[in-house]
Write a protein that binds this ligand. Sequence first.
Ligand code: PAP
Length: 320
Amino acid sequence: MAEEAQSESNRSGGTDEGGESLVAEARGVYVMYQGCWLRPRAMQSVKLVQEHFKARPDDTLLATFPKCGTAWLKALAFTITNRFDHAATSDTHPLLTRHPQDLVPFLEMPYRQLHPIADLEKLASPRLLATHMPITLLPPCVSSLGCRVVYLFRDPKDVFVSLWQFTSKVHTEYTIDRAFELFSEGLSPYGPIWKHNLEFWKKSIAESDKVLFLKYEEMRAEPVKHAKMLAKFLGVPFTEEEMRCGVVEGAVHLCSFDKLRSMPVNSSGVTDRIDGVPMENSSYFRAGKVGDWANHLTEEMSKKLDAIVEEKLRGSGLTF
Ligand code: PAP
């Protein structure tokens, strides 16, 4: 308790010293690995990916900072690329019986004891895979082979709130204030968020044919337009005939927040997906809103995070 009080008092000063004590306090929870904050189990998993994952030229990687809409992107990319085998309107569509998080595997998730790399090898090409790893952690084979990458960006304030709501179910040691201070220092799984965002943003500008950079808020506003964009980038553009027949709208509807959330496979049950701790399947479908941060952050918090992220992104052309 004394240590806790000490670190609280350091932090309230808002000085560099406060920042340092925060970082010191978070060590143990997070480790810094090649410029990225990770939980220790995730670091082990990332190392395995770096050593053993073999990319294929026709792989597509769905890359996100945690809580940016990964499950949504997985559902949409899966539905679009598999629409010739599974129509979105089919009552046997895989999304009706499998959680989107399970339909597209992560490269690096350390869950279910077995590391998934051996399972990834068994998947037929072309593979749809996902990752929360920033570019600097990805094995060189991913960029050298020129695999396609779709990156989904989200307002960091909404990311923070979503992450806090999710992780507080498991890691009850942090209050929202404490988690906010850490996030503002860049301390969160796969953080700092701005570094993650910037790496993919720069890559998407340098190699626009290989990296598609999407924004959650824009997808929310115009899902049909973005589904078409995604299909084109994935090499399976919607035909005129499909567009006339409402195939795009069908895919968007199947993957919409309300539809996914209402499916029994997503609204019930628990799965071991986070640090060996069971998580409710429904926890991946909380609010699904743009701007939900306003219901959880004080004005001071939102201004602080905006200022930090704006400063970090300045000059890059990336805005939120
Ligand atoms: P992950 O990092 O654990 O993989 P991820 O799927 O990236 O989680 O993010 C979950 C967020 O996406 C949740 O946001 P919220 O907490 O602000 O509500 C979740 O509600 C949102 N989400 C899930 N599915 C959809 C969807 N179909 N449309 C829009 N947002 C969605």
